[in-house]
Design a protein around this ligand. Structure first.
Ligand SMILES: CCCCCCCCCCCCC[C@@H](O)CC(=O)SCCNC(=O)CCNC(=O)[C@H](O)C(C)(C)COP(=O)(O)OP(=O)(O)OC[C@H]1O[C@@H](n2cnc3c(N)ncnc32)[C@H](O)[C@@H]1OP(=O)(O)O
Length: 242
């Protein structure tokens, strides 16, 4: 009996140690990840400011930062993994929609359709994303280090009230500007007849993407409002199981 208890406590200790080791590794990884992402978006912010100060125009700005933007925005896919393995307490679906819509904007709209890269709406969502991500990743970093300045916490849970609608406006206006080029070129579309017997029209797909903002964006926005109430106002929010 005593030995079983002993065995049990050894096993329990071992499990606790494993949990501690796992969470220490998770914390170390997240700290590294968030510092790297803050740095990445700061580099983007500086590159955009330098471009604008030197050239006094937004024309050519997207092209000058495209590689860095594609890299850091694509790396954010890792965040869906963080949620899936449970090292951050966020919904896979909410994070997935947020990250995938951004990746779609970068790769399948702005990067693929050169004619729209100089639209003001591109600059709008770029500036909004950059300010948001610098705040968000520095919030996570300082939070993990247990040294979170109040103004960063305040900015994280207030800025989105303005930034989300502005970002969405930039994204939707950019997709809208892309429509005539997509229709004219038939890019990324498959017309019948073809050997796969499949038809796909990217033009109509983009219209569906634009319409999908109507049900999806409010979910993200209200999720952030709930987070805001929880963190800034200390409300206890009972989370529904996914
Ligand atoms: C294929 C075609 C696809 C087409 C799809 C079309 C869909 C269209 C709808 C989508 C519209 C999106 C528009 C958007 O792109 C526009 C903009 O972004 S504009 C700029 C404004 N944006 C924002 O403010 C972004 C806000 N979003 C986010 O913050 C996140 O992405 C979100 C997942 C929405 C919310 O984050 P989260 O739930 O994580 O909230 P918290 O920050 O409060 O964190 C919760 C807990 O998790 C911990 N956490 C999360 N991540 C980390 C991390 N990296 N490191 C450490 N810890 C992390 C966090 O600390 C919290 O922990 P705890 O509760 O324990 O304190």
């Amino acid at each position: 009996m005593a030995s079983m208890e002993e065995d049990g406590s050894v096993e329990e200790k071992d499990n606790n140690n494993k949990k501690r080791t796992k969470s220490a590794i998770a914390v170390a990884w997240l700290t590294f990840y968030n510092i790297a992402m803050t740095a990445g978006w700061l580099v983007l912010a500086m590159a955009m400011m330098r471009f604008y100060l030197q050239k006094a125009t937004h024309k050519g700005l997207y092209k000058s930062i495209a590689r860095t933007l594609k890299f850091f925005q694509t790396v954010a896919l890792v965040e869906v993994g963080h949620c899936a393995i449970g090292i951050v307490r966020t919904s896979v679906i909410v994070t997935g929609v947020q990250v995938c819509s951004r990746i779609f904007m970068v790769w399948f709209i702005t990067n693929s359709i050169k004619q729209i890269q100089n639209e003001e709406s591109v600059i709008l969502f770029l500036v909004v994303w950059t300010l948001t991500e610098i705040t968000r990743y520095s919030f996570y970093t300082f939070n993990l280090l247990n040294h979170l300045p109040y103004f960063i916490k305040w900015a994280r849970y207030n800025m989105f009230i303005i930034m989300y609608p502005l970002g969405v406006a930039g994204e939707l206006l950019t997709i809208y500007a892309a429509l005539p080029f997509v229709r004219k070129t038939g890019m990324l579309s498959m017309r019948l007849p073809n050997k796969y017997n499949i038809s796909f029209d990217y033009y109509y797909f983009l219209i569906i993407v634009m319409l999908s903002y109507i049900p999806l964006f409010p979910q993200l926005f209200f999720h952030m409002l709930r987070q805001r109430r929880k963190v800034l106002l200390g409300e206890i929010i009972v989370e529904k199981d996914e």
